[in-house]
Design a protein around this ligand. Structure first.
Ligand code: ADP
Length: 612
């Protein structure tokens, strides 16, 4: 309030003593008339900023505003993150739902009491029930087959106690239509975000097809093992590298136990294969670069092995195969052939006896001829001796004449001795023995013996042996026996038919031949000009004990055939014709030439392996 002189009488803002009041920028004055003359009421506007800055309220307002802004920003960011998370969650949920809907595995959730809380579409599709039928249900569930309720209750209990096997359980499930299928169920606990278990999640797969395939497989496996186990032969499979017995059937286990020693024993020579544990790797190098395929395709010849400890003979066949895990393995099949071997040995002994007997019979039949043959040198010896005695007594002999006469006597004695030696060599019982033999020598020996009989029967023989014949790998005595038999039969046929001298004639030819079926052979043929073979005889020629002769035994030709065939040759007989008349017959047999080479090559293998 100012007086008329503009002096400040009183005011809210007094200037500091000594300071000059500043003129306010905003001034408004009103005269206080009429109450006080000249008095002015002045209102001045001042800047109060300095005052405000020190004002707490102001700062509080400022800081609150700042806080509000910060919170607004914070909540905006939070909102943004939340909406991002929400959309990620929706996306994830959609993804899981799609996955759940698309998968073929049925899913079922249960709470801790066993109440179904959730089923996925696959579960509904598999069982034929809708989720409305299932959710909220307590056991027994509608998809339990009525006859398995007890079992399923037990399994569910196990499930709820968390004792289900990790490998899942196999159960039968009944569809709504009553049909059933096999399923496998796996159970895992359902845990809520707080880490508390709220129930169980079960997945279910239809394993009907898998089970059918598995059943089929196991049935076929069972059939396979039954057959293998039932075999009389020992079957064993050994891994080549590790020497580990991969498979052994019952017979193998019975004979050799459950280890690989029996296999190694049977493999014998082939045991040089690398399954010896030490240095095995080195030995495998023997197969270096050889594809397993080739080994598995290469079979090997059967071998006969004697196992001393079992006193048994085995026919062993081996082959390589790729085992189920791809390893190279050797499979051996060993068949017990002891009985067969025994029978074979027996048969061979009997055949040998028969051959010897037959040779004795031949000689018996030829006895009178032999006696006649021996008679000649013996008579000559007697004559020489008598002559010498007479002349010595009369002292009418010179020393030279005596020596000449003695030499002649000795020659005759030698001749007689030769005949006896020949016969002895022929009938001597000996083991059949194949050896490199000369066809010419065989023929000469046979002809020498046969001619004794032929001379008596007045039958001539003409022999032709081709030059440079390859050597034969045969038993010469047996082949001689065959030739002699054929010659004897021919001369008997001629003699018995009382043929004229022009037809008392036999031809023996030995020539090399080559036929498509037999390859290179040496053919022995005996052709006679006799009466030939009658129709009814041809069919029964090789029958044992078939004979048309009064004193015939009928074992000659049957033995000839078995001897020739045991040498892998063939024997045949045919009539010779002149027009339609039979003018004789020809017996011929062949011996394969490569017998030599092959027998030698086979010689070591022919000796069976003996294992103690
Ligand atoms: P065997 O001589 O003891 O009768 P074989 O088995 O040697 O016994 O001969 C059987 C039969 O074959 C003889 O009885 C004979 O009828 C007939 N046969 C064999 N060789 C001739 C041949 N060269 N000519 C005619 N018939 C033959």
């Amino acid at each position: 309030m100012l007086d008329a002189q503009q002096q400040l009488l009183v005011g809210t803002v007094m200037p500091m003593p000594g300071q000059h009041a500043r003129r306010a920028s905003i001034v408004h004055e009103i005269p206080l008339a009429p109450a006080g003359n000249g008095l002015l009421l002045r209102g001045q506007g001042y800047r109060t900023s300095i005052g405000l800055i020190s004002n707490t309220l102001f700062w509080m307002v400022v800081s609150l505003s700042g806080l509000t802004v910060w919170m607004l920003v914070g909540s905006w960011r939070h909102m943004r993150r939340r909406s991002q998370m929400q959309s990620a969650l929706v996306q994830e949920t959609n993804f899981r739902r799609a996955m759940e809907n698309s998968m073929l595995t049925g899913m079922r959730a249960m709470d801790l009491e066993g109440r179904i809380t959730y089923v996925n579409p696959a579960f509904c599709a598999m069982t034929g029930f809708t989720d409305a039928d299932l959710i909220g249900r307590l056991p027994p569930f509608p998809y339990w087959p009525p006859d398995r309720i007890d079992e399923n209750t037990r399994l569910l209990k196990q499930e709820l106690q968390g004792r289900s096997p990790a490998g899942g359980i196999e159960v039968k499930v009944m569809r709504r239509d009553g049909s059933q299928f096999d399923s496998r169920m796996y159970v895992s606990p359902l845990i809520d975000p707080k880490g508390q278990q709220t129930g169980w999640m079960t997945s279910m797969t239809n394993i009907t097809e898998a089970k059918r395939v598995r059943d089929q497989l196991s049935a076929s496996h069972e059939r396979f093992t039954t057959v293998l186990e039932g075999l009389d032969a020992a079957v064993s499979v050994l891994s080549v590298q590790q020497g580990e017995l991969l498979f052994a059937n019952r017979s193998y286990r019975l004979w050799f136990g459950a280890d690989a020693r029996g296999h190694a024993m049977l493999a014998g020579a082939e045991a040089s294969l690398p399954y010896l544990p030490e240095g095995g790797e080195d030995a495998v190098d023997g197969f270096g670069g050889l594809p397993a395929q080739e080994l598995t395709e290469a079979g090997s010849d059967p071998r006969e092995v004697y196992v001393e400890s079992l006193r048994k003979w085995f026919d062993v066949r081996s082959r390589y195969l790729q085992w189920t895990d791809g390893r190279l393995a050797q499979m051996l099949i060993a068949t017990d052939i002891t009985a067969r071997r025994r029978a074979e040995t027996l048969a061979a002994q009997q055949a040998e006896k028969a051959q010897v007997t037959s040779r004795l019979v031949t000689m018996g039949e030829m006895a009178s001829s032999v006696a006649h043959e021996l008679n000649q040198p013996l008579t000559a010896i007697t004559n020489y001796c008598n002559g010498m005695v007479t002349r010595v007594k009369g002292e009418a002999i010179q020393k030279d004449d005596l020596i000449a006469a003695l030499e002649k006597t000795s020659k005759q004695a030698q001749r007689a001795g030769q005949i006896i030696h020949r016969i002895r060599a022929f009938v001597k019982r000996s083991e059949p023995q194949r050896q490199p033999s000369d066809a010419r020598q065989i023929v000469e020996d046979a002809v020498e013996l046969a001619s004794i009989d032929m001379r008596r029967r007045n039958v001539a023989i003409h022999t032709y042996v081709a030059q440079r014949l390859p050597q034969l790998m045969v038993d010469p005595i047996l082949i001689e026996q065959v030739v002699l038999n054929l010659l004897k039969n021919a001369s008997e046929a001629i003699d018995n038919a009382k043929l004229p001298p022009s037809r008392r004639h036999i031809e023996l030819r030995v020539v090399p031949r080559h036929t498509p079926e037999e390859g290179g052979v040496i053919e022995f043929s005996v052709t006679d000009m006799g009466p030939g073979l009658k129709e009814e005889v041809i069919g029964r020629l090789y029958e044992a004990f078939f004979s048309t002769k009064v004193e015939g035994l009928g074992i000659g030709l049957s033995l000839c055939r078995s001897i020739v065939e045991s040498h892998r040759g063939r024997i045949r007989a045919q009539n010779l014709y002149n027009g339609s008349t039979v003018v004789g017959c020809r017996f011929s047999f062949t011996l394969p030439v490569e017998t030599t080479a092959r027998s030698e090559a086979l010689a070591p293998a022919a000796n069976p392996t003996v294992i103690s």
